[in-house]
Design a binder for this molecule. Sequence first.
Ligand SMILES: *[C@@H]1O[C@H](CO)[C@@H](O)[C@H](O)[C@H]1NC(C)=O
Ligand SMILES: *[C@@H]1O[C@H](CO)[C@@H](O)[C@H](O)[C@H]1NC(C)=O
Ligand SMILES: *[C@@H]1O[C@H](CO)[C@@H](O)[C@H](O)[C@H]1NC(C)=O
Length: 135
Amino acid sequence: MRHLFIPFFGAVTIAIILHFTTASAYYPQSYCGYNRSHNFFYGKKSLYDRLLYTNRTVRGASPYNPVTRLDVQFPPKWQPPRGIIYYIEVLDNYRDGLGACATLSYGGIGRRNATVTLMSNPNHPIDSTINVYGK
Ligand SMILES: *[C@@H]1O[C@H](CO)[C@@H](O)[C@H](O)[C@H]1NC(C)=O
Ligand SMILES: *[C@@H]1O[C@H](CO)[C@@H](O)[C@H](O)[C@H]1NC(C)=O
Ligand SMILES: *[C@@H]1O[C@H](CO)[C@@H](O)[C@H](O)[C@H]1NC(C)=O
């Protein structure tokens, strides 16, 4: 029995080690982990939720400010609320592991407004799409 288990666990251990070493070898460490893209999802989209707002934010890396932070507000200041928010997705359009990280800094699920704060990685640009769904 024993001689069967040892090779099995040995293989699993090697697979786990390979998984972590390849993950960190390909994508650098950022403020929000090692993923290829930094996507964030809040709440749950249901069948009847519609797109209330979409914003693709693109900012170049700034030589004066190594880390760029910017707030994307829904609804924008000149617009009335369009419904109750049930789902927010922030999609990082970069594929190099150095796209912006996001936090939901105000409002959000179950509310009529939300502010998503995008934070670039040092000396890297931002290209993120924010989709807000609700009814
Ligand atoms: C990174 O990927 C893991 C596994 O796919 C996922 O659970 C996690 O939410 C992701 N984090 C970010 C910031 O994209
Ligand atoms: C998207 O967000 C940026 C950053 O807040 C803002 O400057 C821009 O006007 C927004 N665009 C739309 C279509 O809401
Ligand atoms: C956000 O919505 C709440 C009600 O849900 C309202 O009281 C508040 O004034 C709104 N804030 C902004 C900045 O739109």
